[in-house]
Design a protein around this ligand. Structure first.
Ligand SMILES: [Zn+2]
Length: 420
């Protein structure tokens, strides 16, 4: 079989090869091919190897010289809040002065101000703003992302957010999987009636399903927001309607969201900074991905999730950006990975798994994404680094130069060039 595209002269190609969820010592095992090439046909990889690619060439094949760059699979960011109105830099000074979040909320700031700005934004405004963020994500190497709603807290605005993501998915090289997160916070009009709000979200689920605006449902399972019972009620209903489920679990206090994720066979339990040992043991014995979001701990100056212990317990770990207007206003998944190394003591090979195969598994995309091998989609990155260790050592900059999505060049020298 001959290829549509061959990328050659890759100094080192790194890829996981174990099927996810990848756990424990297998997280350290990846393949490295020197002087590598990748051949793609009809969006899929037809060969990966060393040196000899002549047999895949015909007169229609395009050849791309990687000029000695390193190749990784495209990154998968399995937890983002891509679409929201406005920004919150006006709270930044208060935050730096150490004014508690609850005080900022009382002044009309915090998440409810993002809700207000999202409700007031037009579709076009949200679209243009999210497009910029999506371009940033792609430049940093994220070729597939998850995007949550949750800044509307009413059906009309939640739909607007999800429709923006749907439109972007059609037009932009990055593939977007949408998650409905009406249960992100309690809107003011329900502040004394959490259950009433959950019942409303359950009603709205049917509309989201009918309009095919999301494939998963998420809930902020936390003290003073959605407790374990309300979260269970909502996610059970979501499962019955055919949604995948996932949770923001045990971020601030140890409430039991992680155990609930295991009970419901969720796709992932996310954050986990405060998860109890017992709950993490259960997570380790399950196939639920533990999705860690170290940029959030960094930005909020909090303790990092205990990744080393989780890996020892058998948790299939992923790492995502958690891009959002309050606790992580950064699209840079590379920085999240570098924090994984510097602050959570994960190794480079473990971290590559965390943004590829295990993240793909958290989104149900493991059959086509996360590994560079025959039969997988042609999503890969060319990086200006000498080896994988250097990626973590030289932190805070963008190492990704070129990005290929479905075998098509979509970022060249850090510039987005390809639209669908
Ligand atoms: Zn989040």
């Amino acid at each position: 079989m001959t290829a549509d595209l061959i990328v050659y002269n890759i100094s080192k190609l790194y890829t996981p090869y174990h099927k996810p969820p990848v756990k424990k010592e297998k997280l350290r095992e990846i393949i490295m091919i020197k002087d590598a090439f990748i051949a793609v046909k009809d969006e899929m990889i037809i060969a990966v190897g060393s040196d000899h690619y002549e047999m895949y060439i015909d007169s229609d094949t395009s050849l791309y010289n990687a000029q000695g760059k390193v190749c990784f699979p495209g990154f998968i960011d399995a937890h983002t809040h891509l679409v929201f109105g406005g920004s919150r830099e006006h709270e930044f000074a208060d935050k730096l002065e150490g004014i508690p979040y609850i005080e900022i909320l009382k002044k009309g700031g915090g998440i409810l101000s993002s809700v207000e700005m999202t409700r007031n934004a037009t579709f076009e405004e949200l679209y243009e703003k999210s497009l910029k963020s999506l371009d940033q994500m792609l430049r940093f190497g994220s070729t597939t992302i998850e995007a949550k709603s949750g800044y509307g807290l009413n059906l009309e605005t939640e739909i607007k957010q999800l429709e923006v993501a749907k439109e972007l998915n059609q037009f932009h090289p990055v593939d977007i999987l949408s998650t409905y997160m009406g249960a992100h916070a309690i809107p003011i009009d329900y502040k004394d009636n959490h259950e009433g709000y959950v019942d409303q979200v359950i009603e709205d689920l049917k509309v989201i399903k009918e309009k095919e605006l999301a494939t998963a449902v998420d809930v902020f399972c936390e003290d003073h927001v959605f407790d374990v019972n309300l979260s269970r009620k909502l996610l059970n209903k979501a499962k019955k309607l055919g949604f995948d489920v996932k949770l923001h679990a045990d971020e601030i206090v140890s409430l039991g969201g992680t155990a609930l994720a295991v009970e419901l066979e969720a796709k992932s339990a996310d954050h986990l900074m405060a998860a109890s040992l017992k709950d993490l043991q259960e997570l380790g014995n399950s196939n639920v991905i533990g999705n860690l979001l170290p940029s959030t701990a960094f930005y909020l100056n909090k303790n990092y999730a205990n990744a080393r212990m989780m890996i020892d317990l058998g948790v299939g770990v992923a790492i995502s950006s958690d891009y959002n207007p309050g606790s992580t206003p950064s699209e840079n998944i590379q920085f999240a990975m570098q924090l994984g190394a510097l602050k959570m003591k994960m190794t480079p090979n473990e971290l590559l798994h965390s943004v590829t195969v295990n993240a793909a598994y958290a989104l149900g995309l493991e059959k086509k994404l996360g590994i560079l091998d025959v039969g997988y989609q042609g999503d890969f990155l060319l990086l200006d680094i000498p080896n994988i260790e250097y990626f973590f050592y030289h932190y805070g900059i963008n190492h990704v130069k070129d990005v290929f999505k479905k075998g098509r060049l979509v970022v060249k020298n850090e510039r987005v060039i390809g639209r669908k």
